[in-house]
Design a protein around this ligand. Structure first.
Ligand SMILES: Cc1ncc(COP(=O)(O)O)c(C=O)c1O
Length: 411
């Protein structure tokens, strides 16, 4: 079982005077960081915050730490180092990939996007209609919020070149059926772009297992610094035109990152890997040799813990006539993330969210840039929905606080 007390000891936010008073449930917006991450960041800023890869000892050290972070990110994802781009955010990385893909397609080629995704994996593709590409929408069921595989099959044609979807919705919380999507794409000869932002805080992204062509996620939601990770299969990446300066066209790290890398934030990702190692030592006898394996051991524990927390909340929301729950009403590892959205049906949603905030229960209120999803569910995107998003450091006691405050607000 996950030793949640030990976990929480690693996060300064749980002992800090102000944040520790909150039961924090807006982790899908951005998670807390363990001390190891802020330590690495602080050390970088105070000891070697200079242009890396130069001649001074500080500059060499800065570059070495960045190199280490690229290498470990690749290990974590079971990928090759040259397949990893560390950019400023997922939205930016997605935009860059879309621009690169555009140049490989011709008028009349088709791209499938969902209306379930965060706009990061929709808008940049829809924009390509201006270049003569056809964008088709894979729509959710307006009641359940789920994507149906048959509906995808119906959309695919001999002109389909790309299918863009999320591994997990940031509103509905469902883990989508990746293998069904990749099978359909392979049969059609199309590539798959997966947004892994809402998936990565709950499951290890193993690119070999996933079988998609591109996957992206944001480390500020996975207990790290503010970085967007883009993985592209080496062969696929090589087919895309570089989006960087002409003299960087053969540098794998920069081909899909036209900006300079965020030195300190990249180096401080080492603190995230250190955190995983600390947790692994605490929970498992003996060493699992590779980082990906250690992370999978841990995320197995996280998933059990998070599902138990999610089910505690879902037990209250399920069949409750005073709320409309979005997504599955039971959580099981690998099927539903502990990202739970709902609206009260008899009270204004913002009033309920404000009551929770007064009780220092920190939930999300809004559309979370999944505007199309929320509107397709027949819910106004402003003020949107309440989202309770839990990760491995949340506790049953925090869920109890949430339930008490929620009952006060909606009963
Ligand atoms: C599912 C999902 N995709 C993409 C994004 C965008 O990520 P970033 O903020 O790194 O651009 C978010 C951010 O909330 C998200 O939740």
């Amino acid at each position: 079982m996950l030793d949640v007390d030990f976990v929480r000891q690693q996060f300064p936010s749980f002992s800090n005077e102000s944040t520790s008073q909150w039961a924090f449930f807006e982790n899908a917006g951005g998670s807390y960081v363990p001390k190891t991450v802020s330590d690495w960041l602080h050390r970088f800023f105070t000891e070697y915050k200079v242009q890396p890869y130069g001649l001074s000892a500080m500059s060499i050290r800065a570059g070495e730490e960045m190199d280490m972070a690229y290498a470990k990110m690749a290990q974590l994802m079971n990928a090759k180092e040259e397949e990893i781009t560390l950019g400023p955010s997922t939205t930016m990385n997605m935009y860059v990939i879309a621009q690169a893909v555009k140049d490989t397609l011709v008028e009349g080629d088709e791209i499938i996007v969902t209306n379930q995704d965060h706009e990061a994996n929709i808008g940049c593709w829809r924009r390509l209609e201006q270049s003569g590409l056809i964008v088709k929408e894979w729509g959710i069921d307006p009641v359940s919020g789920e994507l149906g595989v048959d509906e995808l099959r119906d959309l695919v044609s001999e002109r389909t070149r790309l299918i863009c979807f999320s591994l997990c919705s940031n509103v509905v919380g469902t883990m989508n059926d990746v293998s069904a999507v990749t099978d359909i794409a392979r049969d059609a000869g199309a590539l798959v772009v997966a947004d892994g932002v809402s998936y990565a805080p709950h499951c290890v992204i193993d690119v070999q297992e996933l079988g998609v062509d591109f996957v992206l996620f944001s480390t500020y939601k996975t207990f790290g610094t503010h970085i967007g990770v883009l993985w592209g299969e080496a062969g696929r990446l090589a087919q895309l035109p570089s989006q960087s300066h002409y003299f960087n066209a053969n540098q794998s790290r920069y081909r899909m990152n036209p900006t300079g890398p965020l030195h300190a934030e990249i180096a401080a990702l080492n603190g995230l890997f250190e955190y995983y190692d600390t947790l692994h030592q605490q929970h498992f006898d003996g060493q699992t040799s590779d980082l990906s394996g250690r992370a999978k051991d841990l995320f197995g524990l996280f998933a059990e813990h998070e599902s138990a927390l999610a089910n505690k909340l879902l037990d209250y929301l399920r069949d409750n006539p005073k709320v409309r729950l979005i997504g599955k009403d039971r959580a099981r590892p690998g099927e539903r993330a502990a990202t739970i959205s709902f609206i009260p049906v008899e009270k204004p949603v913002d009033e309920v969210a404000e009551h929770l905030a007064r009780k220092k229960v920190g939930v999300g209120l809004g559309n979370f840039y999944a505007v199309r999803c929320i509107e397709a569910l027949g819910i106004p995107s402003e003020p949107g929905v309440i989202r309770v998003s839990m990760v491995h450091y949340n506790t049953a006691q925090e869920v109890d606080r949430c339930l008490t405050a929620l009952a006060e607000a909606i009963e």
